[in-house]
Design a protein around this ligand. Structure first.
Ligand SMILES: [Fe+2]
Length: 305
């Protein structure tokens, strides 16, 4: 075992205040810490997004949690791979091991648990032959504010899909969940995990594609998506259901052409699962149903260099 949780991701963006506003509109809670903005999910004591000022929108670093015993093993494995450990960047919390992954993205692995998140009441719905909600209306309040419960996963572009799968499984201890040919691959943690906490999409260069946040049910996906449309974030993709991971989704494009996803009902892989990765056909890489994805959905907008 090595990585046991995704803790947070950090982006540089040209306008931290606008980034804070985007994620606050999305339903996260923002606070300033010096030059940086920190976003959390309501009710969860864990940073989820860190925004730093920079000329371009770029993935700055990704932080994972591990157990104390595993940190020393990881250090040995990184040394065996000739992956140099480096000092924590200025202004960071400095925790754990810091290094660059094969795509040159800064990674931190620290001793940290996955902090508990808000639960939601069981979603009672009526389906053919199963009346689970009797005698009361099922519709949500129109003015319900959508507050994601947790960061679920991030998807990154990579120019070397197989090498990234190898590094994150063999060295960092994640497991392959499923993939679609040489296009996209999804990874989970070993100790009981969402179907994916980290995924990679083939591209000509590294980059950040999207981060995904869990909400209670499909009503909250719809309410959140409509709220973002009302606030002027017109680009995105959804409502739909993925094949790989099975989650319902709606994506909203941020002002820097990356995406934030609302999701619910993702597949779960237990610690003792005999889950076998499937290599899906390319036409299954994206979705079962939903509107056609916009042409720019899979474009890597991250600046070169
Ligand atoms: Fe996603």
């Amino acid at each position: 075992m090595t990585i046991s949780s995704l803790q947070y991701f950090a982006l540089t963006i040209p306008d931290v205040d606008a980034g804070k506003q985007f994620y606050a509109d999305f339903g996260l809670q923002a606070r300033d810490e010096g030059e940086r903005a920190i976003l959390r999910c309501d009710g969860r004591e864990q940073d989820q997004v860190i925004l730093l000022e920079g000329a371009n929108r770029r993935m700055h670093h990704v932080a994972f949690g591990t157990l104390a015993n595993d940190l020393a093993d990881l250090k040995n494995r990184l040394e065996a791979e000739h992956t140099a450990l480096i000092d924590a960047p200025k202004g960071s919390d400095g925790a754990g091991l810091w290094f660059h992954d094969p795509d040159g993205v800064l990674i931190s692995v620290r001793v940290a648990d996955s902090a508990p998140w808000r639960t939601a009441p069981e979603w009672k719905i009526n389906t053919p032959g199963h009346f689970s909600r009797i005698g009361r209306p099922g519709h949500p309040r129109r003015d319900a504010r959508v507050r994601p419960t947790r960061l679920g996963h991030i998807l990154r572009f990579t120019p070397q899909l197989q090498r990234m799968i190898d590094f994150y499984t063999r060295v960092l201890g994640l497991k392959l969940s499923d993939r679609a040919q040489d296009i996209v691959a999804f990874l989970h943690t070993r100790g009981g995990s969402d179907h994916h906490v980290l995924a990679f999409l083939a591209s000509d260069r590294p980059g950040f594609h999207h981060a995904s946040f869990e909400v209670a049910n499909v009503d909250e996906i719809g309410l959140g998506a409509c709220n973002m449309l009302d606030k002027g974030y017109n680009d995105g993709w959804g409502f739909g259901r993925h094949v790989i991971g099975s989650n319902f989704f709606h994506y909203i494009r941020d002002p820097w052409m990356s995406l934030a996803e609302y999701f619910c009902d993702i597949d779960y892989i237990a610690a003792d699962s005999d889950w076998k990765p499937t290599n899906y056909a390319i036409e299954d890489a994206l979705y079962v149903w939903g509107p056609k994805p916009p042409e720019n959905f899979g474009i890597n907008f991250e600046a070169n260099g």
